[in-house]
Design a protein around this ligand. Structure first.
Ligand SMILES: Nc1nc2c(c(=O)[nH]1)N[C@H]1C(S)=C(S)[C@@H](COP(=O)(O)OP(=O)(O)OC[C@H]3O[C@@H](n4cnc5c(=O)[nH]c(N)nc54)[C@H](O)[C@@H]3O)O[C@H]1N2
Ligand SMILES: Nc1nc2c(c(=O)[nH]1)N[C@H]1C(S)=C(S)[C@@H](COP(=O)(O)OP(=O)(O)OC[C@H]3O[C@@H](n4cnc5c(=O)[nH]c(N)nc54)[C@H](O)[C@@H]3O)O[C@H]1N2
Ligand code: SF4
Ligand SMILES: [Mo]
Length: 691
C-alpha cells in the first residue's frame, strides 16, 4: 500500500493506493492523514481510471491532417522538430511571438509548475495566458490595491470564526478555494453551531441549503456590499481604533458609499434592506467574524471593486489579523522561492493594454493577440494542462485564432477540444506517476500541514515528466537546462519557517518528510500579525485608491428584468476534463437550471431543449426547472459538450457554455483583465417542434 495524496483540487486529500503487479488496483482515503483525516470525494478515489484510461495519450502525437488527426511519433523526432520550429519563431519574430497558456492542473504539480516557469524564462517568453483571468485576477488585483501586493491574499480563519459571510463560493462542492480545508463541511458545521454561516449566492447551492442563504441577484453583490458598508459607516459600527491605526482612505470610501441609498442598494441587490442591516450589525457585533468571497464575485463587470469592498468590510470590522477573522496567505518557502509569483501589471497585453495579474494576462485578448498583425503578434503557443476552448472565452473566434498559429505544442493527458489544433501533443504523467508536495496549498493553509509523496508507479507508456520534456527542448535549442524541481523546492522549504535550515536547526526537509508519509502538522509564524506583510511603503492597508475611484465612476445599475447566466460545479466533475470516467459521469446531467417563474413566463417546461444565446453565439441546452434558482438567473455547468479524443466524454452530450462568451476589450474588466463571464444577459428561444 502506497501513501500519497490527491492533486485534483485544493483540498489535497490523503489517499492510499494498492499496487499489484506494477498496476494501481484500488485507491482509498488515507484515514491516517492528520490533515484530511480520511476525507475524500469520488474524483480522488476513482482517479486511477484516468491513469489507465484507454483514451489517454501515451506516446508523442504529431498532427497528420486536419484538427484532431494525429499519428504517433518517437520522442526524439518530436523534440527535434519542436525545438527547431520554436527556434525559428523566436529567431525571426522574438520571444513575444510565443505565448504560454497554463491551465489549472499546473497549480497542482511541482515538476510541471516549476519547470514550465524556468523554460519560459530561459527563452525570454513573458506572455502568460491561463486560468487566472477566469478565476483569481480580480481578487488578487483587489489585494494589490488594498495591501500593495497581488500575491498576499486573505484566508478566512475557519477554525476560530463565529460568523462566516461568504460571497459566491460553494465549498461543499468545490472543497474550498484559496483556503486549504479538506474537511470544510466540518469547519462550516462547527461555525454554524457556534454562530452563523451566511451564503450569498443567486442559487440555493449545496452549501446555501445547509446554512443561511441570501439569494442575491447575479452581479448584485456590489450593491449588497455598498449596503453593508453604509450601515457600518452610518451607524458608526466600525472599529474606529483599528481603522485609525492600520488603514488610510476611510473618508474617501465613506464619501463614495454615501452616494448610495440603502433602499436603492437593497432593490438592486434583490435583497431586502432589513436583511442587509441585520447582516451588517451582526458582522460588526461578532468579534470573530470574517467576509470571504470566491468565484461568484470574481467574474462580473465590477469584480475588482466587489473584492476591494469585501476587503474593506473586513478592515472596517477590524477583522484582518484577528483570531477568527482573516489571516494573510502563509509563507512556508524561504530563499529565492519566497515570492512565488508576480504582482500587478508586471506585463501588459499587446492588444488592449490590460495588466497581467500574478503573471496572467487577459484570456479574452488572446485571440486578438494571435490575429492582429504587428510586432509581438503571437505565432506559437505552449499549451500546458489547459483546455481553453472549453474553459476560456472566445468560441469560434478563439478557434479561428488557434488555426492561424505556426506551432502549438500541447502537454496533456488527452486529446482535447483545444489541443486538437496542436502540432504536437506530448504525453505527461498523472499524479500517481510523480513525486510531489501540495503545491496549491502553499499559501492557503489555515492549519499548516506538509507532506511529500514519491511516485506510486513509474510513468505509464511513454509519458515523460514536464521537467524532462522542457529540458529536452532546451538542450536541443542550445540553452541551459534546469535541475529537478523537487530538489529546488526542498531547498526553498528547508530555508523556510518549517524547514531545518539545511541542517542548521531542528525542522523538516523532504527526506525527513518521506519518513512520515501521511504528512505532519507544522507551526508557522503568528498569523495574527499581518501588518509587516502590507507591501505599501507606509505599512498601512488602503480603503481607497485612485483606481477604485475610477471603478466607482464606472458603476451603474444593471437592468433587473433580464435573464442572466451563471455557472455551477458538480462534486463529480472538474472543470473540463474528468468526463471520461464512467463512474463519475453516469449520474450527471448538464442542464440549465431555471426558476419556475421564469419558465412559466417564457412558456418553457422541465426537460425542454432550447437555444441559449449571447449575441450571435448560440448553444442548445435542456431546461431543469427548480426553486433553487433565484428568478432572473439561470445556471449551466461549464466543461460539457465534448468533441476531443475522449470517447466516453464525447458521448455525454451537453453543451460548451463558454462557446457563448464574447472576447475583445468589451469582454474584459479593465483593471484586472478578468473575463466578464458571470451574469451576462442571455436570451432563450424555443426550438420549434419537429414536423
Ligand atoms: N463558464 C465557466 N468557465 C470557467 C469556469 C466556470 O466556473 N464557468 N471556471 C474557470 C476556472 S476557475 C478555471 S481554473 C478554468 C480551468 O480551465 P483550464 O485551466 O483551461 O483547465 P481545464 O479546462 O480543467 O483543462 C485542464 C487540462 O489539463 C489536462 N491535465 C490534467 N492533468 C494534467 C497534468 O497533470 N499535466 C498536464 N500537462 N495536463 C493535465 C486535462 O486533460 C485538460 O485538458 O476554467 C474556467 N472557466
Ligand atoms: N467538484 C469540483 N470542485 C472544484 C472544481 C470543479 O470544477 N469541480 N473547480 C476548482 C476550481 S478551478 C476552483 S477555482 C474552485 C472554485 O471554488 P468556488 O468558488 O467555491 O466554487 P463555485 O462552485 O464556482 O462557486 C461559485 C458560486 O458563485 C455563485 N455565483 C455566480 N454568480 C454570482 C454572483 O453574481 N454573486 C454571487 N454572490 N454568487 C454568484 C455560483 O452560483 C456558485 O455557487 O473550485 C475548485 N473545486
Ligand atoms: S476533494 Fe479534491 S483533493 Fe479531495 S479527493 Fe476530491 S478532488 Fe481530490
Ligand atoms: Mo479555478
Amino acid at each position: 500500500m502506497h501513501v500519497t495524496f490527491c492533486r485534483l483540487c485544493e483540498a489535497h486529500c490523503g489517499l492510499t493506493a494498492k499496487v499489484e503487479n506494477g498496476r494501481i488496483t484500488d485507491v482509498q482515503p488515507d484515514k491516517t492523514n492528520p490533515h484530511s483525516q480520511g476525507h475524500v470525494c469520488l474524483k480522488g478515489i476513482t482517479f486511477h481510471n484516468v491513469t489507465y484510461d484507454p483514451d489517454r495519450i501515451l506516446t508523442p502525437m504529431k498532427r497528420a491532417g486536419g484538427p484532431g488527426e494525429f499519428a504517433p511519433v518517437n520522442w526524439d523526432e518530436a523534440l527535434d522538430d519542436i525545438a527547431a520550429r520554436l527556434d525559428r519563431v523566436i529567431d525571426t519574430h522574438g520571444p513575444d511571438a510565443v505565448a504560454s497558456y497554463k491551465g489549472n492542473p499546473i497549480a497542482f504539480g511541482i515538476d510541471v509548475s516549476f519547470s514550465l516557469k524556468a523554460f519560459l524564462k530561459t527563452l525570454g517568453i513573458t506572455k502568460y495566458y491561463g486560468a487566472g483571468s477566469q478565476d483569481t485576477n480580480a481578487r488578487l488585483t483587489a489585494c494589490y490595491l488594498a495591501f500593495g501586493s497581488a500575491v498576499t491574499y486573505e484566508i478566512p480563519d475557519l477554525p476560530h470564526t463565529d460568523m462566516l459571510l461568504m460571497f459566491g463560493a460553494n465549498p461543499l462542492v468545490s472543497n474550498g478555494s484559496m483556503v486549504w480545508a479538506p474537511r470544510v463541511r466540518h469547519d462550516l458545521d462547527a461555525i454554524s453551531e457556534r454562530g452563523r454561516v451566511v451564503v450569498v449566492d443567486p442559487r440555493r447551492t449545496e452549501t446555501a441549503r445547509r446554512y443561511q442563504h441570501v439569494a442575491v441577484r447575479a452581479n448584485g453583490d456590489i450593491w449588497l456590499l455598498l449596503g453593508l458598508l453604509s450601515v457600518l459607516i452610518d451607524e458608526r459600527l466600525f472599529d474606529t481604533d483599528y481603522v485609525a491605526d492600520h488603514t488610510d482612505g476611510l473618508e474617501e470610501l465613506a464619501a463614495a458609499v454615501a452616494q448610495y441609498d440603502l433602499a436603492d442598494c437593497a432593490e438592486r441587490a434583490g435583497i431586502d434592506a432589513d436583511t442587509i442591516t441585520d447582516l451588517a450589525r451582526s458582522f460588526a457585533a461578532t468579534p470573530r467574524a470574517v467576509a470571504y468571497g470566491r468565484l461568484g464575485v470574481c467574474r462580473g463587470p465590477h469584480a475588482t471593486l466587489e473584492n476591494f469592498l469585501l476587503i474593506a468590510l473586513n478592515l472596517l470590522g477590524g477583522k484582518l489579523g484577528r483570531k477568527g477573522g482573516a489571516i494573510f496567505s502563509r509563507q512556508i518557502l524561504g530563499g529565492s522561492q519566497k515570492v512565488l509569483t508576480g504582482g500587478y501589471g508586471d506585463t501588459r497585453s499587446r492588444v488592449g493594454d490590460f495588466p497581467s495579474v500574478a503573471q496572467f494576462l487577459a484570456s479574452a485578448m488572446l485571440p486578438a493577440d494571435i490575429l492582429e498583425p504587428g510586432p509581438g503578434q503571437v505565432r506559437a503557443m505552449i499549451l500546458t494542462g489547459g483546455n481553453m476552448v472549453m474553459s476560456a472565452p472566445g468560441g469560434q473566434t478563439l478557434i479561428d485564432a488557434l488555426t492561424r498559429l505556426d506551432l502549438i505544442v500541447a502537454l496533456d493527458l488527452y486529446q482535447t477540444e483545444s489541443n486538437r489544433y496542436a502540432d504536437y501533443i506530448l504525453p505527461v504523467p498523472t499524479f500517481f506517476e510523480r513525486d510531489d508536495y501540495p503545491m496549491a496549498g502553499l499559501g492557503s493553509m489555515i492549519r499548516p500541514f506538509v507532506q511529500v509523496t514519491d511516485a506510486v508507479i513509474p510513468p505509464v507508456g511513454e509519458a515523460r515528466s514536464e521537467w524532462e520534456i522542457f529540458n529536452g527542448l532546451l538542450v536541443r535549442m542550445g540553452q541551459p537546462t534546469h535541475g529537478r524541481p523537487m530538489d529546488d523546492l526542498d531547498k526553498a522549504f528547508r530555508l523556510g519557517p518549517a524547514g531545518d535550515d539545511m541542517g542548521a536547526r531542528e525542522g523538516w526537509s523532504f527526506d525527513a518528510l518521506r519518513e512520515v508519509p501521511h504528512g505532519v502538522m507544522v507551526e508557522l509564524p503568528d498569523p495574527y500579525d499581518p501588518w509587516p506583510r502590507i507591501a505599501w511603503p507606509d505599512g498601512r492597508a488602503k480603503l481607497w485608491h485612485t483606481m477604485i475611484a475610477d471603478e466607482f465612476a464606472r458603476l451603474t445599475p444593471t437592468p433587473a428584468d433580464t435573464l442572466r447566466l451563471i455557472t455551477h460545479r458538480d462534486i463529480r466533475s472538474l472543470n473540463s476534463w474528468l468526463h471520461n470516467v464512467p463512474r463519475l459521469v453516469r449520474s450527471q446531467h448538464p442542464e440549465l437550471l431555471m426558476h419556475p417563474g421564469d419558465a412559466a413566463r417564457l412558456g418553457l417546461s422541465d426537460g425542454e431543449a432550447v437555444d441559449l444565446s449571447i449575441g450571435p453565439a448560440s448553444v442548445t441546452v435542456c431546461i431543469a426547472v427548480t426553486e433553487d434558482m433565484r428568478p432572473g438567473t439561470v445556471s449551466y455547468p461549464h466543461g460539457w459538450g465534448h468533441h476531443g479524443g475522449w470517447q466516453h466524454a464525447n458521448a455525454q452530450g451537453g453543451s460548451n457554455i463558454n462557446w457563448l462568451l464574447p472576447v475583445g476589450e468589451a469582454a474584459v474588466e479593465a483593471i484586472s483583465g478578468t473575463t466578464i463571464m458571470d451574469g451576462l444577459e442571455v436570451s432563450i428561444r424555443k426550438i420549434a417542434a419537429a414536423a
